[in-house]
Write a protein of this length. Structure first.
Length: 199
């Protein structure tokens, strides 16, 4: 038996030493600098794509929220016209980013119609008003917190002509532009949202 142990013992120890040295070599090797840089670059790329996609999704959601508010305003204007027998008229020649008078005058008149008040309250609950609805007029904002504009008819600066009252938002950039103006004016008008186009 001793003879057998002497003959197999060196073989067993050598095999064990080989396994241990293989483990130590794999652990000591680790990751190279190039491998780490590749992983970091992939992570940065994925984060960049995620940020870009989420920003675009957020802008689409804000545009949709504004379209819903404009549709609600169109329903209010229709209700106002049904009850009073005429549409609200307010004359202003141009869209102006700082002009909240058109929407304030409209809300002042339409809020006097009792059947319009619950519709204004819905806009207020959705965060689309500047101040609580009350008689005396208040401002309606788009999702980017710019004043919505009211027009009795199209003045030609919008893509579609209309002799019907409509509401408009300057969109994300807050610039109205003009579809018939310079290339910069046309670019500014591309993100405008009109109740004429909202279904």
């Amino acid at each position: 038996m001793r003879k057998f142990m002497r003959s197999t013992l060196p073989t067993r120890c050598a095999a064990a030493r080989g396994r241990n040295s293989a483990r130590r070599g794999a652990m000591a090797r680790g990751f190279s600098l190039v491998e780490i840089l590749v992983v970091v670059a992939i992570i940065i790329l994925l984060v960049g794509i995620g940020v870009a996609v989420s920003g675009a999704m957020q802008q689409r959601a804000l545009a949709q929220q504004t379209k819903l508010a404009l549709a609600e305003l169109r329903a209010i204007a229709s209700e106002y016209q049904t009850v009073t027998g005429s549409s609200f008229t307010y004359t202003s020649n141009t869209f102006n980013a700082t002009d909240a008078a058109s929407i304030t005058k409209f809300t002042e008149a339409a809020y006097e119609v009792p059947s319009c008040q619950p519709m204004f309250d819905r806009l207020h609950r959705d965060g689309m008003t500047s101040g609580a609805p009350a008689s005396g007029g208040f401002r309606i904002n788009d999702a980017w917190d710019n004043a919505v504009q009211y027009r009795s008819s199209s003045d030609g600066s919008v893509a579609r002509k209309s002799d019907q009252p409509f509401f408009a938002s300057a969109g994300a950039d807050g610039k109205w532009g003009d579809v018939n103006g310079s290339s910069q004016d046309q670019a500014d008008a591309t993100d405008n949202i009109y109740s004429l186009d909202v279904q």
